[in-house]
Design a protein around this ligand. Structure first.
Ligand code: ZN
Ligand code: ZN
Length: 131
């Protein structure tokens, strides 16, 4: 069974065939503010947008950020990059309705982590093979 995912209102629905390549957290301020800091990386060929493409609003990056982010226009749920043309792209891990089957495995931009965030890091840096 594909892994199912959706936004809070259910307008945007997607499926991932097989396990994502990684689950991790980006601590940069942009990902934190946009509400999509914990992400799963998926390959284009394993990702299917099932509904709600017309409800997805995209937010272009401003330097130094390089990744477009998007959200559901109905409920505001941050989605990651479901409309990305790239071969591999991030999706908000909190949108998954099923277990991705792999553990959290990386943290990036940890130097941008706010001082109040004292959660211990249980995993390491983003693997080079993902991007
Ligand atoms: Zn929604
Ligand atoms: Zn980030």
């Amino acid at each position: 069974m594909p892994i199912q995912g959706s936004c809070a209102c259910g307008a945007v629905r997607f499926a991932i065939e097989g396990a994502p390549s990684a689950v991790g957290t980006c601590h940069c301020s942009r990902c934190r503010k946009l509400g999509s800091s914990t992400i799963v990386f998926v390959a284009r060929k394993q990702f299917s947008l099932l509904s709600g493409a017309q409800q997805i609003e995209t937010i272009a990056p401003r330097a130094p950020y390089t990744y477009t982010r998007s959200f559901c226009r109905c409920c505001g749920t941050a989605l990651g990059e479901p409309l990305s043309p790239d071969a591999s792209f991030p999706i908000n891990a909190h949108c998954l309705d099923d277990d991705p089957g792999i553990p959290h495995s990386f943290h990036e931009f940890t130097e941008n982590r706010p001082s109040w965030d004292t959660q211990p890091e249980a995993s390491g840096a983003i693997p080079e093979t993902i991007r």
